[in-house]
Design a protein around this ligand. Structure first.
Ligand SMILES: [Fe+2]
Ligand SMILES: [Fe+2]
Length: 193
């Protein structure tokens, strides 16, 4: 599970690094939409699966403030969604979201993930499987939104940003029959769990 969380973090941070003030409004909006969707799904997965499991064996300040920090991110995401990209405050609001996410990710990767690896070594595989299953449930209904933001964050023929490869996988899987969707996802990600 911890490597799936790190993979999500890497994708979001990579998208952050591709955000440039000189880029077109369409590209910046596409990146922002993609990042916001990836953060929403990631935060929900942590709150439903990762944090409760860790709470059973650890009670730390970082764990207590994690969900309120997600809520602050949700507030910024909501502001971004209700703001035209041409608004002078749009870039600064996104940079504020970046600051929050980077700080939060640093705490998770240096405190919470090592704690999980020390205290829950036998549960990580099962928690990772739960996370993969739940991710598909959350990402499936949002596939059109994902496809739209992915298309807009294309630049010069190169796909930039892209919140999460797993989200992309969920989108592709929704185009196949629902029967093999979960099985294919489990197979694909079992190596990473
Ligand atoms: Fe988090
Ligand atoms: Fe996280």
């Amino acid at each position: 599970m911890t490597n799936l969380i790190r993979l999500d973090h890497t994708h979001v941070l990579t998208a952050f690094h591709q955000y440039e003030l000189g880029s077109s409004e369409r590209l910046r909006k596409g990146l922002v939409d993609n990042v916001c969707l990836a953060i929403e799904i990631h935060a929900q997965l942590e709150e439903e699966i990762f944090y409760p499991a860790l709470r059973v064996v650890a009670d730390t300040e970082m764990l207590r403030k994690s969900t309120p920090e997600h809520d602050e991110m949700r507030g910024l995401i909501s502001r971004l969604r209700n703001m035209p990209v041409a608004d002078p405050a749009f870039d600064d609001t996104f940079f504020e979201l970046m600051r929050h996410v980077m700080h939060h990710v640093a705490d998770e990767e240096t405190l919470l993930l090592p704690a999980a690896e020390r205290l829950l070594p036998d549960q990580l595989s099962e928690l990772g499987a739960q996370m993969t299953k739940r991710r598909l449930e959350l990402a499936g209904p949002r596939a059109p939104e994902l496809a739209s933001s992915m298309a807009r964050s294309m630049s010069g023929g190169t796909l930039v940003g892209i919140g999460s490869a797993m989200l992309a996988g969920a989108y592709l899987l929704t185009r196949r029959g629902p029967g093999d969707r979960l099985a294919a996802a489990r197979k694909r990600f079992s190596r990473a769990v």
